[in-house]
Design a binder for this molecule. Structure first.
Ligand code: NDP
Length: 327
């Protein structure tokens, strides 16, 4: 039996952002139409502040495969030396259940999360939206900038980070990478003033973005909070948004911003208008008017990882990339 091992650099080479956005388009439609098996992820919390081990299994009907992503989340790790999500995606073929690939999970997570936000931005933001604000300056901030550039023509990019030196470094390095000018904003409020696309990609436990700061017509990708107890945006921001999600079931369990708004009585459960795959397949209307504020709540789901792993594996086999281990 052969298993192909693919490093982060292989994943980066074989999964360009624009291709991953198209892959997420197909994948999120499959999720919305029930052509996946998607149990809620389980998280093992280790003692003290050691961190967590996340276990994300799933099955895809097309292309048929199944597998699991296993990632550690270790708070004391300092990026960029250690990614926020370290681990592996193990992919199985469906006919005999043989494991066929083992891939770096950090790179897949960085790319597929931003690609899914790219899809949401393409579906929900105003077509001429070109003023981007990114809150946070880590790995997801980098990949989200790439994704936003892939789906919209940006004429202004602002970055805010709680550490202004990190924002400045981000602006310098990523500006050079993409041949664009990136402004640093001294506060989150100044970063989002009149922005029409906003990505929140921080590890903040409590809101860094307030609803009263949002301009009419803005689209938000709310990505950083992945557990029920944390929230990057406040309840008024949730209330005034047309609220779409990657997967309803996980939002009801882990969507911190949604749960805070629900328990405060500011919204009802119906505030979740639907999944982004339902907007992608045309069964739901996303934006109704240029002044709507739209929101995509991302928690991240296994089909995004498995579809990416399968896609990368096909390309790796064709190009002879990766290390093949016979076991
Ligand atoms: P990084 O560690 O690379 O970056 C985290 C960023 O958040 C840094 O800019 C950091 O600033 C900032 N930050 C940390 N604490 C706070 C705070 N209290 N207030 C404001 N900013 C803060 O992580 P990633 O970019 O990889 O991930 C960002 C978030 O996205 C994480 O919470 C992660 O769990 C989540 N995530 C969600 C996914 C999804 O599918 N929805 C997938 C992957 C990640 P500083 O450098 O100063 O610490």
């Amino acid at each position: 039996m052969d298993i192909r091992v693919l490093r982060g650099a292989d994943v980066r080479e074989l999964l360009p952002m624009a291709e991953c956005v198209e892959l997420m388009h197909r994948t999120m439609i499959a999720v919305a139409e029930g052509r996946v098996v998607l149990p809620l992820r389980s998280v093992m919390v280790m003692p003290g502040d050691l961190g967590m081990l996340g276990n994300m299994p799933g099955y895809l009907a097309e292309p048929e495969c199944f597998g699991v992503k296993l990632v550690s989340l270790i708070p004391r790790n300092k990026p960029p030396l250690y990614s926020s999500h370290l681990g592996l995606v193990l992919l199985f073929e469906a006919e005999h259940g043989c494991p066929v690939a083992l891939l770096d999970a950090a790179e897949i997570t960085a790319i597929r999360t931003a690609a899914a936000s790219g899809l949401a931005t393409r579906l929900l933001s105003n077509p001429q939206a070109g003023d981007l604000a990114v809150l946070g300056a880590g790995e997801q901030a980098r990949s989200h900038l790439t994704a936003m550039l892939a789906v919209r023509t940006l004429h202004r990019v602002r970055i805010w980070s709680r550490d202004s030196a990190k924002a400045a470094e981000f602006a310098r390095v990523e500006g050079a990478r993409h041949h664009i000018s990136i402004e640093t904003a001294p506060t989150a409020r100044e970063a989002v003033a009149d922005a029409d696309i906003i990505c929140t990609v921080t590890k903040a436990r409590d809101p860094i973005l307030l609803g009263e700061w949002l301009a009419p017509g803005a689209h938000l990708n709310v990505v950083g909070s992945s557990i029920a107890s944390t929230a990057e945006i406040d309840t008024p921001a949730v209330v005034k948004s047309r609220f779409f999600v990657d997967y309803k079931e996980s939002t009801r369990n882990e969507g911190g911003e949604y749960l805070r708004a629900l328990t405060s009585g500011a919204i009802f459960a119906e505030h979740i208008l639907g999944e982004i795959g339902e907007v992608a397949n045309g069964s739901l209307v996303g934006r109704r008017s240029p002044s709507d504020i739209t929101l995509y709540k991302s928690l991240g789901i296994a089909p995004q990882d498995l579809a990416s792993a399968h896609y990368v594996l096909q390309k790796a086999r064709a190009a002879g990339i990766g290390q093949v281990i016979d076991f």
